[in-house]
Design a protein around this ligand. Structure first.
Ligand SMILES: *[C@@H]1O[C@H](CO)[C@@H](O)[C@H](O)[C@H]1NC(C)=O
Ligand SMILES: *[C@@H]1O[C@H](CO)[C@@H](O)[C@H](O)[C@H]1NC(C)=O
Ligand SMILES: *[C@@H]1O[C@H](CO)[C@@H](O)[C@H](O)[C@H]1NC(C)=O
Length: 444
């Protein structure tokens, strides 16, 4: 029994060993075979030409996806693009008939030669998803398509914000290989197609892409000619967001401030109101400061606009304070001031008003004189009469004072109105100038 068991075990062992030793070898697929054949003697460090004198022409294409960020402080813009390159590789050629009719294949990009075409304006390698393959067809055309995020150096002029336009460029160039001997560049599509291609551009972003003009030229550097293809990216900001968020609230606050001139001048509410408007404006400005672009050289005009608006609000507050101060002078000063005011412009009016007073005065004096004459009258009655006369005098003085006060009020109102019209004029001229500037920029 034991020997039979051992036999069975041995049998099992051998059968397992046999099956391990001789696995069924699968036939290589056409894809696998082609890849091996192509890469067997391929050297990815060598420019793929049979004749070293022949130039490799790299066709470049660019599709702009979006403008992500425009940074005035660092003078750079961040864009998202699709960068396409196509070139011929003379060593990656095969006959599709030999490989099951396979005419296109993807190869690992580190295994084949890749031209060193880069964007010369780049300042920071943005994020780019790794694309590990290039696509090759049977006649040796290699296509390398990659999405990239590039941070470009670009001269940005923010003065016209939020109506600004910028003209940035992306220049593709082989960093080391000269155009005449090694790597030449060309556009893959026609320049017109590239210029009008805005299909992929994000339509609803803050930036509007005007067109993508491109041109080919040679740049000389250290006595070497490099081929360069420059794509210009003229972009314009959509100002609506900023007009609604920054300009209109500002204008509203100014309007509220202007309308506060219709509050009565002799109440203090106007000053309280204006202080609240100024306070509101300050809070508003603190909130919007982050939205303004910052440049080192010139502040945008809108920043100046805010400061001038604030200055105007302050001016209007000071003006109101001045008027109120004039109104609430103590009486002595009022009398003096009203006297000078009378001297200034209301002499005739004053005279006409003072004439009856004068008559009254004389009649009063006559009364008093008559009183003095009638010394023989009973002393009680005499005293009463004297009291009455003095009362009348005091009343008259009071009346004269109130008349002066009325004149003073009128003068102050006049001054207030004059200052108001002056203020309005300054405001209108200021608003008109800015409006003209901004419209000319936005339609330029
Ligand atoms: C390879 O691609 C190029 C460019 O698209 C094309 O002109 C050529 O005919 C293609 N070759 C084959 C064999 O498909
Ligand atoms: C942008 O600048 C380039 C030169 O760098 C110029 O040729 C092109 O006309 C400019 N585009 C616009 C819209 O101003
Ligand atoms: C942008 O708008 C154009 C038409 O103006 C349209 O053809 C294109 O598909 C739009 N692009 C996107 C990404 O929505």
């Amino acid at each position: 029994i034991i020997s039979s068991m051992i036999l069975i075990w041995l049998l099992l062992f051998f059968s397992a060993g046999v099956s391990q030793c001789a696995p069924e070898k699968p036939k290589r697929s056409a894809l696998n075979q082609l890849t091996r054949t192509l890469l067997r003697r391929y050297d990815c460090g060598v420019r793929p030409v049979h004749q070293w004198t022949s130039v490799t022409r790299v066709y470049v294409d660019l599709i702009l996806l979006s403008v992500l960020d425009v940074a005035g402080k660092t003078q750079s813009i961040t864009t998202s693009i699709w960068h396409r390159q196509v070139w011929t590789d003379e060593f990656l050629v095969w006959d599709p008939e030999e490989f099951d009719g396979l005419s296109e294949i993807s190869l690992p990009s580190e295994a084949v030669w890749i031209p060193d075409v880069i964007v010369t304006e780049f300042v920071d390698a943005g994020k780019a998803p790794p694309i590990p393959y290039v696509y090759v067809n049977a006649s040796g055309w290699v296509r390398s398509y990659r999405p990239m995020q590039v941070v470009l150096a670009c001269s940005l002029e923010m003065f016209a914000f939020p109506f600004d336009k910028h003209n940035c460029s992306l220049s593709f160039r082989s960093w080391l290989h000269s155009a005449v001997k090694e790597i030449d560049l060309a556009l893959w599509r026609s320049a017109e197609d590239v210029a009008s291609d805005k299909r992929e551009f994000m339509n609803d972003s803050e930036w509007e892409l005007l067109s993508v003009p491109s041109r080919y030229r040679h740049v000389q550097q250290d006595a070497t000619d490099y081929a360069q293809i420059q794509f210009n990216v003229p972009i314009r900001r959509r100002p609506l967001l900023y007009v609604v968020g920054l300009l209109i609230p500002s204008v509203f606050l100014m309007l509220v401030d202007v309308s506060s001139f219709y509050l009565p001048v002799n109440s203090r509410t106007r000053i309280v109101f204006k202080v609240s408007v100024l306070l509101g404006y300050t809070v508003f400005r603190v909130n919007v400061t982050e939205e303004l672009p910052s440049t080192a050289v010139r502040t945008p005009l809108i920043g100046v606009f805010f400061v001038v608006c604030m200055a105007l609000l302050m001016l209007s507050l000071i003006k109101s304070m001045l008027v109120v101060k004039l109104l609430h002078h103590n009486d002595k000063e009022v009398k003096q001031m009203s006297l000078s005011a009378c001297l200034l412009d209301r002499q005739s009016f004053e005279r006409s008003r003072l004439l009856p007073d004068y008559e009254l005065e004389t009649s009063l004096e006559e009364d008093l004189l008559s009183l003095h004459e009638e010394q023989k009258a009973p002393s009680g009655l005499d005293w009463l009469l004297q009291e009455l006369a003095s009362l009348r005098l005091a009343l008259q003085q009071d009346q004269a004072e109130s008349v002066a006060q009325a004149h003073w009020l009128e003068l102050c109102l006049k001054l207030d109105r004059l200052l108001f019209w002056l203020y309005l004029l300054v405001l209108v001229v200021y608003a008109g100038t800015l409006l003209l500037l901004w419209t000319s920029w936005s339609f330029a």
